[in-house]
Design a protein around this ligand. Structure first.
Ligand code: AMP
Ligand code: ZN
Length: 471
């Protein structure tokens, strides 16, 4: 599989350190609020990556953290802890908030067919690991203690900005708009490994440490949780593109300074879901959730298809119109699959040719929009229905659009409707009522309507004639 590696800025052949096991790490959610559908775009694409790797023959061990401490309002270590903010907003404890929104996150994932990683680790579980890493960084001179906090010293690195060739001035945390400069820092990009003092005093969760009672910085949790479960070498690290700097940049700085060798070979970044006003984000106040889409009558599968229709390295613009188009596409797709008979034997040669197109799409930097086209190609292919169904079932291991189940459900619904409208006795009563109405015999028409009602039949008068259904 060829994947774009943000670290080398090019597409590379993916080769895990151990050919038998891909070690994959995903930055998990900060559980202070519901995930918005932008966050979930990132998790959908990471899910497809994991499934594509499995589909093409790899074993994968995937680890995800749950950020329940240390992520401050600004990614640049300033402002209040997001968890505390959530707890105050809802008048609950931080741990109640963490539990509630962790559950809500996985419930959303389930609706979108996003598989839960093998290991899910809350950040608050790994305090001993953070302390150990921070201590080693202090011991080897890569970190320093100032103003009550432990900072990573970015001046000790040969190269700090690894992901982009942007102007350092643009990236520099200290000069970003709205971010106050921390005067304890020796260099403006230094970041906090362990806080004992911060601008807000009432941090809810604190632990004892060699540097005083405090709490870990956000970045260190991902380095430690990854190493705890996946060891010193990581094959692929995923996250949204906004995580590349400073979060992932800092993860690399501290991990490699701790280990003394390269840590992660491939960095997979998903670009943003945008609205008219720019990146969808929680800090802007209003954001869309999966539950909200459902309340408006949208099937989460239509949103998954919407995401798969575009490449993960392109910004995706959300609008209701765009989502409606995905709904239409999804409904048509399911209707076409429902119409397949399943008769005949699978033609292995035809199946392999269809599969080859699909695999090539995945292998070409996870090109899901081409993979979706490969799925439509199946429907158009000159082969029997059994082969088409077999190919679609096979592709859906990666796409996870409920293709087969949704088609079966539709078939059952259509069958039930046909059976109902094929009841000659009811048809005769409905026809008699229509005649009575025509003859202005409304007493008789009403009597028939009441009789049908008593039998659980509802009559619907439409411009195309009178229809009926069981209620
Ligand atoms: P958070 O819960 O804020 O830590 O974010 C969870 C994940 O969602 C991270 O990988 C972010 O990079 C990603 N993310 C945040 N905003 C967006 C967006 N608008 N579109 C896609 N991914 C996003
Ligand atoms: Zn992370």
């Amino acid at each position: 599989m060829y994947l774009y590696n943000s670290l080398t800025h090019k597409k590379e052949l993916f080769q895990p350190n151990d050919p038998n096991l891909v070690k994959m790490y995903t930055c998990g959610p900060t559980v202070y609020h519901y995930a918005h559908i932008g966050n979930l775009r990132t998790y959908i694409m990471e899910d497809v990556l994991e499934k594509a790797l499995r589909y093409t023959g790899y074993n994968v061990k995937r680890v995800m953290n749950i950020t329940d401490v240390g992520h401050l309002a600004s990614d640049a270590d300033t402002g209040e802890d997001k968890m505390l903010k959530g707890a105050k907003r809802e008048n609950k404890t931080v741990m109640q908030i963490a539990q509630y929104y962790t559950d809500a996150f996985f419930a959303d994932c389930e609706k979108l067919n996003i598989k839960k990683p093998e290991v899910v680790e809350p950040a608050t579980n790994c305090i001993a690991e953070y302390i150990e890493m921070v201590q080693r960084l202090l011991d080897n001179g890569k970190a320093y203690f100032a103003g009550g906090n432990v900072y990573f010293d970015t001046s000790k690195l040969g190269q700090y900005y690894v992901f982009n060739d942007h102007d350092e001035e643009d990236l520099a945390v200290g000069v970003r708009e709205g971010v106050e400069e921390d005067t304890n820092k020796k260099n403006r990009n230094d970041f906090v490994l362990w806080f004992t003092k911060s601008k807000f005093e009432d941090q809810a969760l604190k632990w004892d440490s060699p540097w005083g009672v405090g709490y870990p910085g956000w970045h260190i949790e991902c380095s430690c949780i990854s190493m705890k479960h996946l060891g010193e070498d990581l094959d692929i690290h995923c996250g949204g593109i906004d995580n590349a700097f400073p979060h992932h940049t800092n993860e690399i700085a501290q991990s490699e300074s701790y280990l003394g060798h390269k840590w992660c070979n491939y960095w997979f970044h998903v670009h943003h879901l945008n609205t008219d006003g720019g990146k969808m984000s929680k800090s802007k106040g209003e954001f869309l959730t999966v539950s909200l889409l459902e309340q408006k009558g949208y099937d989460p599968m239509a949103y998954r298809l919407f995401c798969l229709q575009s490449h993960y390295r392109r910004n995706l613009v959300f609008s209701w119109e765009n989502l409606d188009n995905a709904v239409t596409a999804y409904d048509k797709l399911i209707a076409k699959i429902a119409a397949l008979s399943g008769n005949g034997e699978v033609d292995q040669q035809a199946f392999d040719a269809l599969k080859e197109r699909f695999v090539n799409a995945l292998n070409g930097d996870l090109n899901t929009s081409v993979a979706v086209t490969a799925m439509y190609d199946v429907l158009k292919a000159k082969t029997n229905d059994a082969t088409k169904l077999a190919a679609l079932r096979d592709f859906d291991q990666v796409l996870c659009l409920n293709l087969i189940d949704a088609a079966e459900e539709l078939r059952q619904k259509q069958k039930a409707e046909e059976e109902m409208s094929a009841d000659p006795e009811i048809d005769a009563l409905v026809a008699a009522r229509t005649e009575a109405k025509k003859a202005k015999n409304f007493t008789e028409a009403d009597r028939i309507r009441d009789e049908l009602k008593a039998r659980g039949i509802e009559i619907i008068d439409t411009p195309q004639g009178t229809k009926w259904r069981k209620v």
